[in-house]
Design a protein. Structure first.
Length: 150
């Protein structure tokens, strides 16, 4: 039996690129909670037609969606039929002109505007009002003044 060939680990030739920080003109997705608007994420973190799970300050999970027209939606992430936190992983679509997400487990559809289950009138999840906001840019810092000649 022959021995496996061990290749040398390549050494980096350049320094890693730092992670970009949000710019003052970032667009933020916010949800209306009981005590006011809550910033969930930068809009660039969302892919139209796909969901993302986020943790709210009260410990609940929310499933956040962006449709192809750029409209945001948010519902509770817990599937009431299975008890699993999976609605953010569901398939999105429309039924009679209304956006929905289908649970990836048992395929029940939930209206993204109301949280109502389209397949069982007894079931629903919480729906959240969502908005996209571009914060006002912060004023630029004043340039440092040169020391006066003595």
């Amino acid at each position: 039996m022959s021995r496996p060939t061990v290749l040398p680990t390549p050494t980096p030739t350049s320094t890693p690129t730092p992670t970009p920080t949000p710019t003052p003109t970032s667009t933020i997705l916010e949800l209306l909670l009981d005590d006011g608007w809550f910033a969930v994420c930068d809009l660039s973190a969302l892919t139209p037609g796909r969901g993302v799970a986020a943790l709210l300050p009260d410990g609940h999970q929310v499933a956040v969606f962006l449709d192809r027209a750029g409209r945001p939606y948010a519902i509770g992430n817990r599937d009431p039929f299975s008890g699993a936190q999976v609605l953010s992983r569901g398939l999105t679509g429309t039924y009679e002109g209304r956006p929905f997400v289908a649970s990836p487990l048992l395929k029940q559809r939930f209206d993204l505007l109301t949280g109502r289950c389209l397949d069982d009138d007894e079931a629903a999840v919480r729906a959240y009002e969502a908005r996209v906001r571009t914060p006002a840019p912060s004023p630029a810092p004043a340039p440092a003044s040169a020391p006066s000649p003595a």
